[in-house]
Design a protein around this ligand. Structure first.
Ligand SMILES: Cc1cc2nc3c(=O)[nH]c(=O)nc-3n(C[C@H](O)[C@H](O)[C@H](O)COP(=O)(O)O)c2cc1C
Length: 394
């Protein structure tokens, strides 16, 4: 028996059809969900006496014994190993050693899994795949569903963590184990066979893959779904103001003097389109009542709001409201006198250049005539999932 054997030490036989275990996300088609997770422990509905949990440090030696016994049972005794990965204590540092325990806490099986965000156990395994090693079931506990339970648990963890597949490697003659993997939905991937170390194939192992990548899909024709899924893309928020002629040098106060209140609307679709020359792109709903008033003036101001201005954004976004800036502290933009909202994080003054059809929105391309940072430049307001937030260090 080689030092580098992998997920071979499990003789499944009829264990799967015994309807044993249980637990996996809906993404795993071949796996039914009848387990209960209590914290980090899975209790199997069909085998309430079996729990699956992380190995405790005081169990490392027992896990080593169990794996030795399992592999000796299948392959014959192995010589003294120098591979530190054969020690559960070592594996549990960079990976996760899981155990299946019986009603009195006795260890019946174990498997070692890649950690979320951790290194793969095999060098030919991709970032989005969870691979496993050293799946072993105590010889006394064979054919009781322990191996299947550990594998289902593995599939569930992988699906929950967002991995796209579970990958394992096993010896070509482990026919019982192959049956188990196939019952669980794994498929042979002959093109990925072999155990690879340093780019060399050092052992003939079969590779099995359980694909998990079933993408949740919403109906494209459903506007609520579109709003909700597209809303997961976060953006900043601007207030666009204008709409009172806006001739060069017109002061904002002049507009008020004339009794015409400026129009204002809130946009998240304010995108830097070009740096040289500086241009921005906006997308404005065709039902907006404020935009036609702004567009008629051909120039506008945009204030990038700061994280304390979520409430203000909601107020200004109210469809059809007149005099949206009443009570809001503003200062006139330098060239055209459009209101810039104080307390924001940046201001722009723009001239509409082109307009394109974009479905239920118009795409506006505008030249940037002037811009500058405001007091709260480092603290922009963020809009995502219909909520306002500020920036947090990632
Ligand atoms: C955070 C936020 C972002 C918005 N982004 C846009 C946008 O990108 N395009 C748009 O047409 N309307 C957007 N709206 C809606 C408009 O601000 C406004 O409600 C709509 O134009 C109706 O107002 P009106 O009739 O006064 O124009 C947004 C609203 C909020 C609260």
């Amino acid at each position: 028996m080689s030092d580098v054997n992998d997920a071979g030490g499990v003789s499944a036989g009829s264990a799967v059809s015994a309807g044993s275990a249980v637990s996996a996300g809906s993404a795993v088609s071949a796996v039914s969900v009848t387990s209960v997770r209590v914290g980090d422990v899975t209790v199997l509905a069909a085998q309430p006496e079996l729990t699956i949990r992380r190995a405790r440090p005081d169990e490392y030696a027992a896990v080593d014994e169990l794996i030795d016994a399992a592999y000796a049972h299948d392959y014959g005794p192995r010589g003294t190993s120098t591979d530190p990965m054969h020690l559960a204590e070592v594996r549990d540092r960079g990976y996760e050693v899981w155990v299946a325990a019986g009603p009195r806490g006795e260890l019946l099986g174990s498997v070692t899994l890649r950690k979320l965000g951790g290194r793969a156990l095999h060098e030919d395994v991709a970032d989005h795949e969870l691979d496993l090693r050293l799946l072993g079931v105590s010889p006394d506990a064979r054919r009781s569903g322990v191996g299947a339970a550990l594998m289902r648990h593995t599939a569930e963890l992988a699906a929950e963590a967002g991995f796209g597949a579970v990958v394992l490697k096993t010896a070509p003659d482990m026919h019982g184990a192959h049956r188990l993997y196939e019952e669980l939905g794994f498929a042979r991937a002959p093109e990925r066979d072999g155990l690879w170390i340093g780019g060399s194939r050092i052992l003939d192992l079969f590779t099995y893959v359980l694909p998990l990548a079933v993408l949740p899909t919403a109906a494209v024709a459903d506007p609520d779904a579109a709003r909700s899924v597209l809303g997961r893309f976060p953006s900043g928020v601007v207030v666009v103001t204008g709409g009172f002629g806006g001739g060069e040098g017109t002061p904002a106060a002049g507009a008020s003097d004339a009794g015409v209140s400026p129009a204002a609307l809130v946009l998240q679709s304010f995108v830097s389109l070009s740096i040289d020359p500086p241009r921005v792109l906006l997308s404005v709903g065709k039902r907006s009542t404020s935009w036609p008033r702004i567009a008629a003036g051909t120039t506008f101001a945009a204030t990038v709001l700061s994280d304390s201005q979520g409430e203000l954004a909601r107020d200004i976004a109210r469809p059809g409201a007149r005099d949206k800036l009443a009570g809001v502290s503003t200062v006139a933009s330098p060239r055209h006198g459009h209101p810039v909202v104080l307390g924001g994080s940046a201001w722009f003054e723009c001239a509409i250049r082109e307009e394109f059809d974009g479905g239920d929105h118009c795409i506006i391309v505008a030249d940037v005539l002037g811009f500058g940072p405001l007091q709260r430049a480092e603290l922009p307001l963020v809009f995502a999932g219909s909520r306002f937030a500020g920036l947090r260090e990632a």
